[in-house]
Design a protein around this ligand. Structure first.
Ligand code: FBP
Length: 281
């Protein structure tokens, strides 16, 4: 057993449960995500939510991690350094999110874990899958966990004359639901499984719309842990909370979300409710 790795996992997932605050959207989507609540553009505001909301990790790129190194350490919220990223200004249908930082950078910034986005299904999947495979090997060698943002995406997924059996299944699922193709159970489960195969300790995936379908995602990734990604702000707190309950019932470890927390008027109230649901306190 890799003792250090297990200890680091316990920090971001105490008793196997995770409540992670994602704050890499300023890079991925740009400052438009902060417009509704301009205070959310300020990292002091976000770190306060992470700390007082009882989050078990905060996801950042290296810029903020470096500038707020002392404050993050003082907060005792474990840092998860996102190693790759891309802006939404790049609009090709087959996305690539290049690796920007190394596991070594993460360690020097005091990170407890590293994260990386893999767009399986993109023309560039080979590069991202190879980069993430190397990252998981290196991270485990240094005793820190790796989290895969497993987001299948790309032109092939938009093909209405499917070339793969999985896509055929996804299109059938889509016909019966209002899900986007990249949130259909077959696609999400496949992404989660690729994360397991590449060595991820945790996979972060989109919600598939029901407890039953998410259970299959969790089973497909096992023994890798699964956390739900938040997506855009739901209309009500209740709607989001019912998703959180659903994924926990399905066997997920918890959540790794951003906008559904810090885009709300009262982020601490919803954080406390979610904390109660995940940890019972
Ligand atoms: P949200 O909870 O705000 O959706 O954040 C989750 C996340 O994975 C972020 O870490 C990342 O910046 C963003 O979603 C990517 O979103 P998109 O699906 O638009 O690429």
């Amino acid at each position: 057993m890799n003792q250090k790795l297990e200890e680091q996992k316990e920090k971001i997932m105490p008793d196997g449960k995770a409540m992670i605050l994602a704050y890499d959207q300023g890079f991925e989507h740009g400052p438009r995500d902060f417009l509704e609540h301009p205070e959310s553009a300020n990292f002091d505001y976000i770190l306060d939510i992470a700390k007082r909301g009882g989050f078990t990790g905060i996801v950042l790129h290296a810029g903020l991690a470096e500038k707020y190194g002392l404050e993050i350490r003082d907060s005792q919220v474990p840092l998860i350094l996102k190693l790759n990223g891309r802006s939404e200004l790049y609009t090709e249908e087959d996305p690539y999110s290049p690796q920007l930082y190394s596991v070594e950078d993460a360690l020097s910034l005091g990170a407890t874990a590293v994260g990386y986005t893999v767009y399986s299904g993109s023309k560039c999947e080979d590069v991202m899958q190879r980069e993430f495979a190397r990252i998981t090997r290196e991270a485990h060698g240094k005793g820190i966990p790796a989290i895969g943002w497993m987001y299948p995406r790309g032109k092939s997924l938009l093909d209405k004359r499917p070339a793969s059996k999985t896509l055929e299944m996804a299109l059938e699922e889509q016909e019966k639901t209002s899900l986007d193709i990249d949130a259909t159970p077959s696609i999400v489960a496949y992404g989660a499984r690729i994360g397991l195969e590449l060595g991820a300790d945790i996979v972060k995936v989109k919600y598939t719309g029901s407890v039953e379908s998410f259970r299959w995602v969790v089973q497909s990734a096992f023994p890798t842990k699964v956390v739900m990604s938040g997506g855009s702000l739901t209309e009500t707190d209740e709607e989001f909370i019912s998703r959180v309950k659903g994924v926990l019932t399905a066997g997920a470890a918890g959540i790794a979300v951003g906008r559904n927390i810090w885009q709300r008027k009262d982020p601490l109230t919803i954080s406390n409710k979610i904390h109660q649901i995940i940890f019972g306190s």
